[in-house]
Structures are given as C-alpha cells and as structure tokens.
Design a protein around this ligand. Sequence first.
Ligand code: FE2
Ligand code: FE2
Length: 359
Amino acid sequence: MQDELRRQTVLVVDDTETNISIILDALNDEYEVSVALDGMTALQNCEHTPPDIILLDIMMPEMDGYEVCRRLKADPRTRDIPVIFITAMADTQDEVVGFSLGAVDYITKPISIPVVQARTRTHLALRSARLALENQNAILEQKVRQRTAELQQSRLATITCLGRAAEYRDPETGSHIQRMAHYSHALAVAHGLNHEEAELILNAAPMHDIGKVGVPDLILLKPAGLTPAEREVMKSHVVIGGEILGNQPAKLLQAACQIALTHHEKWDGSGYPQGLSGENIPLYGRIVAVSDVFDALVSERPYKPAWDFPRAAAELKAMSGTHFQPVLVEHFLAILPQIEQIYDRYKETIEHTPCHDRC
Ligand SMILES: [Fe+2]
Ligand SMILES: [Fe+2]
C-alpha cells in the first residue's frame, strides 16, 4: 500500500542541460525526478536507488546510452527497469539496436513535452501492472503452498489417529510402530527408492497391522501360544487391514493397503494371505516385512525376551532367501548402525496401553 502512495521515480540521463530542463518541466509535477549527466553516474545511481523508469540519451561522451542500457540489462538488480531512449537520430537502424538491447520505447528530439509525459505515463503504468501481477502471483503461490501444507498435515494427523486406534487394541507397542516405520524408511532409502517413496512408506507403514482391530480380544491378547484355528483368525488381520484401507484414491492409503495386505508374505511363497513369492510380493510389503520382523526380534514380547542386535541380525541373515528378499536383508544389515540409532531414539516412547497388559 505504501508503495502505491509513494511518487514514482524517474531518472533522466542526459549531458545536455536544455534537454534536462525540458524533461524536468514535463515530469516534475507528477514524479520524483533525478538527473545524471553521464552514463557512469547513472549506473551508480541505479545501483543505490533503482528508479521506476529511465529516460536515457543515446549520444553522450565517454559512455553512450547503448552501453548504459547494455549494463543495466546485464545486472539482475536493474534489469527490469524500463528504459526509454532519447535520441536525435530518427534512424530506424538505431531504434532496432535500442530495442534489441531491451529498451521499451523511443522519444526523439526535439523533445515534445506531451510526448514525454504520455510515454512515461504509459510505461510506468505497464510496469505497475506487471509488478502487481507478479505480486499477485507470489501471493497466490504462497496461499497454495500454505493450503497444501495444511492438507498434508491434516492427512497425516488423520492417519496417525487411525494408527493409534489400532495400537489401542494391539499388544505390540506404540514405539514398535514408530521404529518399524523409520526402519522401513531407512531401508527404502538404502534400497535406492526416491525421497517421495521413502516418505510414503514411512507414513504408510504404521498402519500395517490396523486389521488387528477386527481380531477378537481373546485371540489378540492371549498370552499363551495360539491354537492353529486361532492362528488362522489372527492371520485374518491382513485381509481386514486391506478392507479397511482399500479402494481409496489417495496414494498414501493405497501404499498402506498394499503394506497391510502383504507384510506377512514370504520371499519363498510360504507366507500369507496369498502365498505370493519373490517379486510378486509388492516391494513396500517386502521392505516392511524385514523391518517389522527385525523390530519384533529386538523387542520384548510376551513369549520372548528382547534379543540383542547381533543375534537379531544373524536371524535376519538366516531368513534371507526364505522369508526375506536377500538384497533387502543385505541393505538392512548394511545400515544396522542407523537402525540402532532409530531403535534408541524410539525406545523411550511411552509403552501403551491401559488395557492390554492383561488387566
Ligand atoms: Fe501383521
Ligand atoms: Fe508389527
């Protein structure tokens, strides 16, 4: 707003006093006019306080107007200032040179006051319109960025809540969810997936066991081993998860659905629910399977104590080619120090939950 209220500024560059005084007469009432008597001074003035427009004489000693214009257009700070040439040379060839250097217009000598006023007004109006448009675009871009960030945030918040809802019924801990999601992200990066896909896995992996909300408590929370029939019911969590997350257009939910459905498939085809093998198992499912099992190994469970890292790593290696894709095990073991850092970072997360511990 302040910018709109201030008087626009014009720099006149001319070595002839008569021309200067005519131009001052023409423009002084409406604009803030400053004068430079030679090219070098004009360039210095523009560097300090760039004017809104420049009226530039071509024929000047030492540095002519063309050279001044060339230098103005080469400098990003002054490139966008409109330049109108003032010339006595009503030669079309000179005009061509001037336009090719980036001038917006010509005023020919002898200088006519109405012409100076009209051309200056027109080009200042054009400049103002261009700046307003650029400003408007910047505001719109900023708004779009802000709106996108808000949407992304609320999407992730919804998903976090969904994951939390699942955790409430899952005897596995909230910190397991965090750790396995971050292991999966690190493994995705180590395996060469791009940033976007790795983030997708990070955000989708927490929902891998969401289907457990559909498994009866008697089975889900049973401290002792499961009967074969109960194990079958337990296995249904992958299909239930797929049904909860399925048929959604959002990329994140599609990834989450794929992970929920396939994180118990095994490389050799002995997993469930479909008994897929090798690369028929979607990559996200293969990645999450490694992270999920590894974290179960290094965590305490009702049926086992927590294993140390070397023992868990040896177990992972032993399952390479049967349970897991060998190259993924290789990549996972290569980033083991990073995995340990993640383990430590999320170790202290409050173990949930009010009702799981067989109360
Ligand atoms: Fe699972
Ligand atoms: Fe898990």
